[in-house]
Design a protein around this ligand. Structure first.
Ligand SMILES: [Zn+2]
Length: 378
């Protein structure tokens, strides 16, 4: 039997090391070391935890630590991540967000449930987020002044290309009516203080505003998120008929490049440094007194290197200011320099890397228009 056992262990290793199984089937993380022996896919530890919660669909084992039976190894050999993708990801609508290992739990869990439990993508037309071009429902929205979450009716309309919410259930007029092309949505469980917390940002008069919402049900909040992306996709498809589907996809909701606290001084560079919450949303650097503020206290446009924008570590030589954090950084723009300090060197390095990501990109025609708007305003 020992020889048979050795052969089985080797057979498992051979299947595991196939190139198709080099990344987690669900989140793309390299070197998965777990597998589902009912679905035949190789997954990472963190996704295996989600699979474990759906025992009617998936049963998982560690490839390193558990004992594998011959029949189970054969099953893996006949399946694998290539076939898994062809089966469970055959018909993913282009607007549907596919999470990575960097995404939050609710996004990853609903993605896995969508794929294997609801089999949303096994045939065309199975994945339905709303009907008659309209999604309507209640979301808990954080009050601007008191920070209390209250139920509000939201309506997302594909025909009108907008998202509205109402204070009263039977109100005729919405409290706000936001055009779909100025909306961004990003999951923020830590900031919102709820595992299903979603931050919706939109532009009004070219300034950013925030709404924080959640729904108790994970599927429902992820459906809202993907419904926003679906309405955006349909809107942009009409607005930019020449653009490819992939170009349009790249303009749907996006995650922030970085968020966190820094200290900042004012334009004279003599003002006392103040601790603020910063959000880098592509080329918009916003700062807030509190991470959950509805409005930014200020916004800075971060253009490209070829247009005179750069970022460097440190503050100007001889700078004497009342800052308490030791790790400075300077953003140079054509108009002025912005000085910030970070609490740790790690934070400073992360911010610099995030700024470089946008500074290294050339600006699009739309971004030139945004830059011009910032110049008029300042
Ligand atoms: Zn994974």
């Amino acid at each position: 039997m020992a020889g048979g056992e050795d052969r089985n262990v080797k057979a498992l290793k051979d299947v595991w090391k196939r190139p198709e199984n080099a990344l987690c089937a669900d989140c793309g993380k390299p070197d998965p070391d777990w597998a589902s022996y009912t679905l035949g896919v190789f997954i990472c530890l963190s996704c295996s935890g989600i699979h474990r919660n759906i025992p009617s669909i998936s049963k998982v084992k560690s490839l390193r630590m558990d004992h594998w039976e011959v029949a189970q190894v054969q099953f893996l050999a006949q399946h694998g991540n290539g076939l898994g993708k062809a089966t469970y990801e055959a018909h993913i609508p282009i607007y549907c967000y596919q999470p990575t290992y960097a995404d939050c739990q609710v996004l990853r869990e609903q993605w896995i449930r969508s794929k294997y439990e609801r089999k949303d993508f096994t045939e065309p037309g199975r994945y339905v987020l709303y009907s008659d071009g309209l999604k309507e429902g209640i979301l808990w929205k954080r009050g601007r002044d008191n920070g209390q979450f209250l139920p509000r009716k939201f309506i997302l309309s594909e025909k009108d290309g907008c998202l509205k919410y109402f204070i009263k259930q039977d109100a005729k007029e919405p409290k706000i009516n936001i055009k779909i092309d100025v909306i961004n949505a990003t999951f923020q469980p830590a900031k919102v203080g709820n595992p299903n917390g979603l931050q919706i940002t939109y532009l009004k008069d070219n300034k950013t505003r925030n709404i924080f919402v959640y729904h108790e049900n994970g599927k429902e909040i992820v459906d809202w998120f993907n419904a926003i992306r679906s309405v955006q996709f349909h809107y942009l498809k009409v607005a930019f008929p020449m653009a490819s589907d992939n170009e349009i996809k790249s303009r749907l909701t996006r995650n922030f490049l970085k968020e966190g606290y820094m200290e900042k001084t004012g334009p004279k560079q003599k003002e006392a440094f103040k601790k603020r919450w910063f959000t880098l949303d592509h080329r918009r650097l916003m700062y807030f007194k509190d991470p959950l503020d509805a409005f930014a206290k200020g916004e800075v446009f971060v253009g490209s290197g070829e247009n005179g924008y750069s970022v460097k570590p440190g503050l100007p030589a001889g700078m004497q200011g009342s800052f308490s954090w030791p790790h400075g950084l300077t953003i140079v723009t054509p108009d002025r320099d912005y000085l910030f300090t970070c609490e740790t060197e790690r934070e400073q390095q992360d911010w610099i890397a995030a700024f470089r990501r946008v500074i290294e990109l050339p600006m699009t025609p739309q971004e030139y228009a945004i830059e011009a708007y910032f110049k008029v305003r300042s």
